[in-house]
Design a protein around this ligand. Structure first.
Ligand SMILES: [Zn+2]
Length: 240
């Protein structure tokens, strides 16, 4: 419980780009970015704007909506939408995500890989404990804590679509970067997309969020897509 569970949907501070007129290709790119902002487009994620300075500037022109210490706000899933994915019933996801997660676990099992859920839905109250009480226990500063834990109201785990996954045969790697060396992670990288799960925070992600190989999210229906790909996430890190 006390591990760095759900770390952080953390973003780098937003750069203050200049809103000067753009030309040529980047003018088009800027327009698309703005259209995406208004319409909730998702193309930004794949375009990896941080590849060039211009792109970074383009993305940072857009004023994102609310974020707190780099974390983005998420609605709490209604309890009626949640269903257990662990044997003890303690770890829950939204139904659509739970169904695909179970199918994914079964498919992995057939290849001798043991995927286990470590943390799923979390209420804002759960996150309150993880952020404030653990911060006190460890005597951490606010910004220090925010590097490894999202403040309540700002965790993907609130949505019921995010799950921390471990390798049942490698408990020593749970919620740790070393998870990337396990058969479970390698299997997930190859197969998770077939079950509509994706890594929320890959290494060098455009948001500048810390790398979390164990933290996966379901994006397999319209609501989950909107939850994670709305234009409010149209931000980019301002460092290479
Ligand atoms: Zn997590």
């Amino acid at each position: 419980m006390d591990q760095e569970i759900p770390v952080a949907e953390r973003l780098q501070p937003i750069t203050k780009g200049k809103a000067e007129p753009r030309r040529g290709r980047w003018a088009i790119a800027s327009s698309l970015v703005l259209v995406g902002l208004v319409g909730g487009g998702a193309a930004w994620f794949h375009s990896r704007p941080a590849e060039s300075p211009q792109a970074t500037e383009t993305a940072s022109m857009v004023t994102p909506t609310e974020n707190l210490l780099g974390h983005l706000p998420y609605e709490e899933a209604p309890l009626s939408q949640l269903t257990p994915v662990s044997a003890d019933g303690q770890i829950k996801l939204r139904r659509a995500a739970a169904e695909r997660f179970r199918a994914m676990v079964a498919a992995a099992q057939q290849e001798g890989v043991v995927l286990i859920p470590l943390s799923g839905f979390r209420s804002k109250q759960d996150q309150d404990y993880l952020f404030f009480r653990v911060k006190e226990q460890r005597a951490q500063g606010t910004r220090e804590r925010a590097l490894v834990s999202a403040p309540p109201g700002y965790s993907e785990h609130h949505t019921g679509y995010a799950i921390d996954i471990g390798d049942g045969q490698r408990p020593d790697t749970h919620l740790n970067e070393t998870f990337e060396d396990t058969p479970a992670f390698q299997w997930l990288q190859k197969n998770a997309a077939r079950f509509s799960f994706e890594l929320s925070f890959p290494r060098h992600n455009p948001q500048g969020v810390s790398y979390e190989p164990w933290h996966w999210r379901f994006v397999g229906d319209r609501h989950s897509l909107q939850t994670f790909y709305k234009a409010r996430q149209l931000t980019s890190r301002n460092e290479p």
